[in-house]
Ligand binder design. Structure first.
Ligand code: ADP
Ligand code: MG
Length: 322
């Protein structure tokens, strides 16, 4: 069995590209570029909460970093450095090889240096800290949505939640449909290019990790506004569309987490620029509603069905303590 230091050296020490001092000292040293704000976030994955014991280690390595990158995408930031804190029940060489490959492959794709971390024994948990940059004052925050703005989402929603439901045998999917949805659940693609393209166009942004209603709800709360959405306009894959008219399908689309798409707002006059920015970023974006004035005592989020009738909304997303 490799020792703690062999693990760090063998699996997690890689050449860096834009770091003054990386893995191996008491702390890492980095220098942000001139005119940039640092953007920092951390996210953790815990066994039996976010993944099961037999989860594919390569996919876990990918996802542990991807969920952090998604947070930076939602800020309009460029990720630059990552730190990785790992708690493992034992030093399983095969698991470490696969996990580190999944992690490092995604890090390379976005030119992110792994500059440190911590490795200890205990119940399996993975904690990544991500550090990025954004030009001063250009970050996309949750508190900038304005009355009259459009509400947009990237990609399609509900695939990851549908895959999870299929794994838990709450729904049956065809083989190809399941494969596509499972890919979204296990290997989410952070929308970094889109986040960067939204600088100067979007007024607010968030990544959808807990479900559209819950996450858009955070924008509404921070911005002190309300929103009207058109259910029929929410983009989804054919597999989700087939379920869309059932209570289950409605839940998957409105409250399903783990898709890691972006939800954002922008003034109406930005529509043409938005479409061009999305095309440059190689992601589809869809307008799903509008930002409205919030009246005290009224719900801040109303979803209209195809007949223009407000839908009954029961379940708004995942909360670890409820
Ligand atoms: P310390 O005892 O000073 O906290 P450690 O022995 O925990 O130092 O770590 C030694 C070096 O290896 C440090 O630079 C730390 O950042 C790095 N490191 C530890 N674990 C990991 C890991 N899983 N991935 C990347 N770097 C790591
Ligand atoms: Mg340490």
């Amino acid at each position: 069995m490799p020792s703690e230091f062999e693990i760090i050296r063998r699996y997690f020490t890689r050449r860096t590209h834009h770091t003054r001092l990386g893995v191996g000292d008491d702390a890492a040293l980095v220098r942000p570029r001139a005119g940039q704000d640092l953007v920092l976030s951390t996210d953790m994955l815990v066994e039996n909460v976010h993944f099961l014991r037999n989860a594919d280690a390569h996919a876990l390595g990918h996802k542990a970093l991807a969920v952090n990158l998604s947070d930076l995408a939602a800020m309009g930031a460029t990720p630059r450095w990552a730190l990785l804190a790992l708690t493992l029940p034992r030093a399983d060489a095969r698991w470490l090889t696969e996990f580190s490959r999944g992690f490092i492959a995604l890090a390379r794709r976005f030119d992110i240096d792994l500059i440190g971390g911590d490795t200890t024994r205990g119940p399996r948990a993975i904690c990544v800290q991500i550090v990025g940059e954004v030009p001063r004052g250009k970050a996309l925050r949750r508190d900038g949505a304005r009355i009259g703005d459009d509400v947009w989402v990237s990609g399609t929603l509900g695939d990851a939640a549908l895959a999870l439901a299929a794994i838990q045998r709450r729904v049956k999917l065809g083989r190809a449909g399941f494969a596509r949805c499972a890919q979204r659940l296990h290997r989410p693609q952070p929308r970094l290019a889109l986040g960067i393209a939204l600088r100067g166009i979007a007024t607010s942004a968030i990544d959808i990790s807990d479900g559209l209603l819950a996450d858009l709800g955070h924008i509404l709360e921070c911005s002190k506004v309300a929103a009207h959405l058109e259910f029929a306009d929410i983009p989804c894959s054919p597999a989700v569309r087939r379920q869309r008219n059932t209570a289950f399908g409605k839940d998957v689309l409105l409250a399903g987490g783990d898709d890691y798409e972006l939800c954002f707002t922008a003034p109406r006059r930005m529509r043409a620029r938005m479409t061009a920015a999305a095309r440059r970023a190689g992601v589809s974006v869809t307008r799903i509603g509008s930002i409205e004035r919030h009246w005290r005592g009224w719900p801040d989020l109303v979803v209209f069905d195809a007949n223009g009738v407000p839908m009954k909304i029961t379940h708004a997303g995942y909360d670890h303590f409820r």
